[in-house]
Write a protein that binds this ligand. Structure first.
Ligand SMILES: [Zn+2]
Length: 317
């Protein structure tokens, strides 16, 4: 009889009951529902040293443990290149050494997923204001909960002072081969080396570091190399685009983004970029590269009277 109650209580716990496969009701899967002849109300839940185990207290002074579903990973999954001194791992792995494409299984019946936060994308993967923007910015209100994208292990936690532009940062490595970065947080709720379940709340959104307003800067990396996170998540709808993903080498190019055809995307690797020097004008650059100002504007998403700055990169074809 009580088992039913546990299920209800378990479902009410907010430990990341999110994502498709993170189902804490699974505790009871093999039990036939029993008819309820009387009801004893649960009055409180108490944490234990184990975050996936809680104590439920009932109004008749009885209590019971409930087990939440655990991450479907083990520490042994994370032995290789477990870098914690620096934010980025695999810095010795070159792009040239990676395969042309790799098939990644993002989620299945045993491995869940969760969109880190559902919301409007305010800035995507692109070259922006003199530097590559290697992540996706999602609008939020400071204090909004941020969730782990997949089951994983926290590789790096950095405070504002130590993370440069990232502000408060969490980096999680996942068994599916990816790493995810969560930046500008107002608060961390996990520790380094902690295992986390997909959908588990890992921190609170904020505006720490190089940020002009509250948002999550979210990155996805494979072997330390970032690519457009919107290829994986549909942030406005809070959805994983597919449970499997073919990662192609040209996706690592900053001009290769979600929404392009594969041909457009692969052409980005042949892009020619001009770095602005003193005295450069769009007209002079157009002449130099045998193109037009209109074409330059369209390639770079700028207007013809745009001020050029030294060191700025302009795609010329
Ligand atoms: Zn960003």
């Amino acid at each position: 009889m009580k088992k039913r109650l546990f299920t209800i209580v378990a479902a009410a716990l907010s430990l990341g009951a999110y994502g498709q496969k993170f189902d804490i009701n699974a505790i009871d899967d093999n039990e036939e529902p029993e008819p309820q002849t009387s009801s004893v109300r649960a009055i409180d839940t108490v944490n234990t040293d184990d975050k996936y185990k809680k104590v439920v207290l009932f109004e008749d002074y009885t209590w019971k443990y409930i087990e939440l579903e655990r991450p479907n990973i083990s520490d042994e999954d994370f032995q290789d290149a477990w870098e914690q001194e620096q934010i980025h791992a695999y810095t010795d792995v070159t792009l040239a050494s990676l395969p042309a494409e790799v098939d990644l299984l993002l989620a299945d019946s045993l491995h869940g997923w969760a969109c880190p936060i559902q919301g409007r994308v305010t800035s995507g993967w692109k070259f922006r204001r003199h530097r590559d923007h290697k992540g996706t910015d999602i609008a939020l209100t400071t204090g909004d909960t941020i969730r782990a994208a997949f089951d994983g292990k926290v590789r790096v936690i950095r405070e504002v002072a130590d993370a440069g532009g990232y502000g408060n940062l969490i980096v999680i490595r996942h068994a599916n081969g990816l790493e995810t970065y969560y930046a500008h947080l107002s608060k961390h709720l996990v520790a380094e080396n902690e295992l986390v379940k997909a959908g588990e709340i890992i921190g609170l959104g904020g505006s720490t570091g190089r940020s002009t307003g509250p948002h999550l800067h979210f990155e996805v990396r494979y072997m330390g190399k970032p690519f457009d996170a919107e290829r994986i998540f549909d942030f406005p709808n809070g959805q994983l685009r597919d449970t499997s993903f073919t990662l192609k080498k040209h996706y690592f190019n900053i001009y290769s983004h979600f929404g392009q055809s594969d041909k457009e995307s692969s052409q980005t690797t042949e892009r020619v970029v001009h770095i602005i020097r003193s005295g450069d004008t769009l007209g002079a650059i157009a002449r130099k590269y045998h193109t037009t100002v209109t074409r330059l504007c369209s390639l770079n998403g700028i207007s013809a009277n745009k001020m050029l700055r030294l060191g700025q990169r302009i795609v010329v074809r």
